[in-house]
Design a protein around this ligand. Structure first.
Ligand code: HEC
Ligand code: HEC
Ligand code: HEC
Ligand code: HEC
Length: 449
């Protein structure tokens, strides 16, 4: 009955494996030696699929989750309360091979090294900047059980022993099919299941772990199969295709084993509490913690993010020079020209949020961030489009020509026939991540002109 008592007093949220009386634990056990062990527990906290999201953009309340400031804020509240805590990441930390993407990656790694991870899986995205970049992140506890990376040699297993003697073995495998092996010099991979089968007997013999945690980086269906491997107690999977990828985070419990997936974009932290009784039976309780505005920002991470912003601002001004000397043939007439013939449409537009989209960026000190300007200005990074507030003040905001196309020609020699095309324009910007409630039927009436 000791198990039942612990379930109720220590655990919160939804119970996955039976917390009600367990027939096994009540029956007299044969294993007398193990029975003398007191029940112990460990809290496994997991993140993953971050894709370089240092901070949520704030475009939509529903998606305002995640970021390093809140991740650390969350850890600040959990770490002191838990004597046995294991912090792991499932990989796919990076997003794009641009200069900005690389800068972000560097800051994310700096943040994660402060957070005190115990193991970080190497996913396909994590090799985006090559081995040299990864090698520099030497304070990150990379783990790769079926992978050799030239010059890096991440360990194949990590064993964590807590003060009460509880031992957890952690392994991490990735699906070789996700890696464009030819692009990554010095990468060799083995079959994930074979690697685990090869490593586990030795670990069990020499380390006697109480719990075996397998981190995996692959498609959900493939990862689920790893749960069947002998000796594996917990599988946590990660992998994300793109920022709009939906991830099924529903845990799967099979006997005394459990499978889970990390949330997209680091938006939620996973918590798995494992209670291990004297007979080494495990009970699991899992929940996802939303990193939303209720979680306080960590000051150190805020400072780190401010430093990132400064670096992006410097990069923005550095690239201005090249943009100014590029071909600046005018293609946009700008809203003030459209106004001369379409006064009524213009007046309506002025009353919509599209006409204030640039001020929104200024208000959050992001008017220099290319990742924001693309949707909050007119023609950013397109020929003749927005460069900066100083160079092209007339192209701020989401103007007529973001929906109707560049229309300098039309404004000089008006012809019709292109209005219906504008209905297709919304999806450039009103994508799920930035506008999850978008629906043409409900949004169009708000800006109809
Ligand atoms: C893919 C296009 C896109 C990108 C990129 C983008 N935004 Fe947005 N943003 C939108 C859209 C669309 C909305 C309106 C969402 C809605 O209400 O449905 C919005 C709304 C906002 C709002 C809310 C305004 C309000 O008054 O509620 C803020 C703040 C904002 N964006 C900031 C940013 C920042 C900062 C970045 C860069 C980190 C950024 N956006 C990048 C499309 C984008
Ligand atoms: C170039 C990017 C872009 C395009 C194209 C675009 N929008 Fe937007 N839209 C935005 C941004 C950015 C905001 C938020 C502006 C802000 O508040 O700063 C927004 C806000 C809105 C809002 C206000 C939401 C609210 O709840 O008040 C509506 C409505 C809207 N858009 C409808 C549309 C429709 C309909 C289309 C297509 C016909 C469209 N938008 C095309 C970027 C775009
Ligand atoms: C957010 C996207 C968006 C913006 C910004 C926008 N429009 Fe439109 N506009 C549309 C759509 C969508 C239609 C309707 C197309 C349809 O259903 O036929 C439309 C229709 C029109 C029409 C035809 C109206 C009619 O009666 O047939 C005119 C004229 C027009 N827009 C001018 C403007 C001008 C001028 C501006 C800037 C001041 C502007 N639009 C800004 C999306 C936009
Ligand atoms: C010199 C006056 C003038 C200017 C400037 C002008 N338009 Fe027009 N616009 C017209 C006239 C006239 C029509 C009707 C053309 C027709 O039906 O043949 C029209 C029609 C339209 C239509 C409806 C097209 C359709 O399918 O029937 C849209 C949309 C539109 N204009 C958008 C714009 C935008 C955006 C700008 C600014 C870039 C702009 N116009 C600038 C005069 C102008």
């Amino acid at each position: 009955m000791r198990i039942l008592g612990l379930c109720i007093s220590l655990w919160f949220g939804s119970v996955l494996a039976a917390c009600s009386p367990l027939p096994d634990s009540q029956a007299p056990s044969q294993n007398t030696a193990a029975d003398h062990k007191p029940p112990r527990q460990v809290l496994i906290v997991y993140s993953g699929n971050t894709l370089g999201e240092l901070k949520p953009c704030g475009c939509a309340k529903e998606e305002d989750q995640g970021g390093i400031e809140r991740r650390m804020g969350y850890l600040n509240s959990v770490v002191p309360k838990e004597s046995n805590l294991l912090l792991v990441d499932l990989g796919d930390n990076f997003k794009e091979s641009t200069r900005q993407g690389r800068i972000k990656a560097r800051y994310l790694m700096a943040a994660m090294s402060e957070m005190g991870y115990d193991a970080v899986t190497l996913g396909d995205r994590d090799l985006l900047y090559g081995n040299e970049f990864l090698k520099k992140q030497d304070s990150i506890p990379w783990l790769a059980s079926n992978m050799e990376l030239e010059g890096m040699n991440p360990p194949r297993t990590r064993i964590k022993t807590f003060d009460d003697g509880l031992r957890v073995a952690v392994l991490a495998v990735a699906d070789p099919n996700l890696f464009y092996v030819s692009d990554h010099g010095g990468l060799t991979m083995q079959d994930p299941a074979e690697a685990v089968k090869h490593l586990l007997p030795e670990i069990e013999r020499t380390e006697h772990p109480d719990l075996v945690l397998l981190l995996s980086h692959m498609e959900r269906e493939k990862a689920l199969k790893l749960l069947d491997l002998d000796g594996v107690d917990v599988v946590i999977n990660g992998h994300i295709e793109n920022e709009s990828d939906q991830i099924d985070m529903q845990p799967v419990v099979r006997g005394h084993k459990i499978f889970m997936q990390a949330a997209p974009l680091g938006q939620k932290m996973g918590e798995l509490r494992v209670l291990i009784d004297g007979g080494n039976k495990k009970i699991f309780q899992q929940r996802m913690v939303r990193l939303d505005s209720k979680i306080p920002d960590d000051k150190k991470m805020t400072a780190l993010h401010d430093a990132y912003d400064q670096e992006i601002e410097a990069l923005f001004f550095e690239t201005l020079k090249a943009k100014r000397t590029k071909d600046r043939t005018q293609v946009y007439a700008t809203e003030s020209t459209c106004k001369t013939c379409h006064a009524a449409a213009h007046e309506t537009w002025e009353g919509t949020r599209h006409a204030h989209a640039y001020a929104t960026l200024k208000a959050v000190n992001k008017s220099f961030d290319p990742e924001c300007l693309q949707c909050h200005t007119t023609g950013f990074e397109k020929p003749g489009g927005f460069i900066s507030e100083i160079d092209t003040p007339e192209l701020k905001n989401v103007q007529c020509e973001m929906c109707h196309g560049p229309r300098l020609d039309h404004s000089q020699a008006p012809q019709g026939g292109f209005a219906p095309e504008a209905r297709q324009a919304c999806s450039q910007c009103h994508v799920r991540k930035h506008s999850p409630n978008f629906n043409y039927k409900t949004y169009w009436p708000k800006i109809q002109h």
